[in-house]
Design a protein around this ligand. Sequence first.
Ligand code: PMV
Length: 311
Amino acid sequence: MFLESACAKIILFGEHAVVYGRPAIAVPLTQLRARARIAARADTGIVVHVRDQARTFRLEEAADDDPLAVITRLTIESLKVGGDFELWIESDIPLASGLGSGAAVSAAIVRAIAAFGGRVLAAEQVSKLVYETERLYHGSPSGIDNTVIAYEKPMRFTRALGPKLIQISRPFTLVIANTGKSSPTKVSVGDVRRGRELDPARYETIFDEIEMIVDDALKALASGENDSLGGLMTRNQEKLRELDVSSNEIEHLLNAGMHAGAAGGKLSGGGRGGNVIFYVNEDQADNLKERLLGAGATDVIVTQVGGSSNS
Ligand code: PMV
């Protein structure tokens, strides 16, 4: 029996622009995890149990476009793992909310099948396999989700150069509030693509402005001048609004959070729903959490970025 897991992630700055070659900053959320447990089976066949969907399927009968079957088949084939097994999958990560749930489940499956086959994979190998499934369902993902989840380290990411691990000099508190509205990334990514096709100059300018915000944020994180991070998040949110990936639910929580003393905030991930993140002084985090729950957030997580659990 082997038990493997993978973490959730947050994009601090730069989502969407990262699809078009600009840098983004992502951090792991190590306390929220997807898990895959695997054990040899006496009978023939491969059986997968998915707790969150309350379903069990035999791999040979699964549809070609079933994401869990795709990553399971792909991993078996590319690692040449033989034998019959039973695989149990469960996840604490909310679906379609910008926390990387799909990539985390895939990464946990890859690691479990590798362990079953007696292999230990480097982060890059896990990332590559997970990217293949992300590609099937997100069109043209930048690769940031699979990368930060596989490396489980804070990073600057670009399509051209991949991950560059970053040091967070001074840990800070992040409050993550779920709008409760799930929103598939491929929809907002597709809308941004169509918008850019219609008006490339306008979109490239917005992406360039986001890149400048990311660069400022990298400097702040490296120097420990965290006080500017809230304002940078708010500036990044303005640009995401211009890309039309915000939503009423996001704006409502942002308003509530700013009134409750957050230093800044933005959507995180694909947008249109999902999670909103806030930079806040540690001593105000609990108050902010209460106020966001009062304003209708379905779930609020208070976490340290760059502390022992996330760096
Ligand atoms: O998977 P999400 O919702 O966290 O979004 C990923 C970030 C995007 O920049 C919107 C898409 C991508 O492929 O980078």
